[in-house]
Design a binder for this molecule. Structure first.
Ligand SMILES: Nc1ncnc2c1ncn2[C@@H]1O[C@H](COP(=O)(O)OP(=O)(O)OP(=O)(O)O)[C@@H](O)[C@H]1O
Length: 238
């Protein structure tokens, strides 16, 4: 995927300023403050928002000219805030999204959720709902996967399981989330983002105290754990 010179406004309010990026392998994380436009850029790259300026290409073809069926085989998108399943059963959610007909029971088993299969969605806890919806998106097995806050609501064990699942997948992930420690472990490529612009990009090396202060306007301390993973600790000043 290559995005060239993307600009976008909601009515008169510009939220994306001249963004260009490429995303063809591994896991890319987009990190930035609330309201800076991260969800908006995810919606643009995944084809939900169409009235942007600039060009988005998949395999050198403009997304605007791809058929709906081609797009649905190419990319998938998750955003829990926009999902309303209510009384629909967990099984139906998988069957609706499982276009590749893969064995989704192994995913459910991995999260110890097999016994929820015939429950209505609204009888699951917030974290269980989140996991089911992310798993349903992964079942689509598209080469490109856009995840908006997939780690929201997840306890440490669910988070760890989801990190393993994503890391072991050969799909390309583009993830927006506020869980910086998890993104530091997971991502191959980081985009630091502020006020609708990418301010830094690179490996997890760019997650340093200066860059994070520049993006979030607050102090961070960074420690390395025993396995060499970065822990990003925000210093709260109250
Ligand atoms: N449908 C919409 N109509 C008008 N303005 C919108 C709409 N959606 C988002 N915005 C505005 O665009 C800006 C960027 O919103 P967006 O949801 O992309 O930010 P974000 O970085 O994902 O935020 P958060 O981290 O809080 O989820 C915000 O100022 C928001 O109020």
């Amino acid at each position: 995927m290559e995005a060239k010179n993307i600009n976008f406004s909601y009515e008169k309010k510009q939220v994306i300023y001249d963004i260009s990026l490429k995303f063809d392998q591994g896991i890319t994380a987009l990190i930035g403050p609330n309201g800076s436009g991260k969800s908006t850029i995810l919606k643009i790259l995944s084809g939900q928002i169409k009235n942007y300026q600039g060009i988005i290409e998949y395999d050198h073809k403009d997304i605007k000219y791809l058929s709906i069926s081609k797009k649905s085989r190419l990319l998938s998108y998750f955003n829990q805030r926009e999902q309303i399943y209510g009384l629909i059963s967990v099984r139906s959610i998988f069957e609706m999204s499982n276009i590749q007909n893969i064995d989704y029971f192994k995913y459910l088993d991995y999260f110890d959720l097999t016994d929820k299969l015939d429950l209505p969605f609204n009888q699951l806890s917030g974290g269980q709902q989140q996991v089911i919806l992310v798993l349903a998106v992964l079942c689509e097995q598209t080469p490109y996967v856009y995840l908006d806050e997939p780690f929201n609501n997840l306890d440490p064990l669910y988070k760890e399981s989801l990190v393993k699942l994503i890391k072991n997948s050969d799909q390309h992930f583009f993830i927006v989330d506020h869980d910086l420690d998890t993104l530091a472990i997971l991502a191959d490529n980081i985009l630091l983002y502020k006020d609708g612009r990418i301010v830094e990009s690179g490996s997890t090396e760019i997650l340093n105290e200066d860059n994070l202060k520049k993006v979030f306007g607050t102090e961070f301390k960074i420690y390395q754990d025993d396995s060499g993973n970065k822990r990003l600790i925000q210093s709260l000043r109250v």
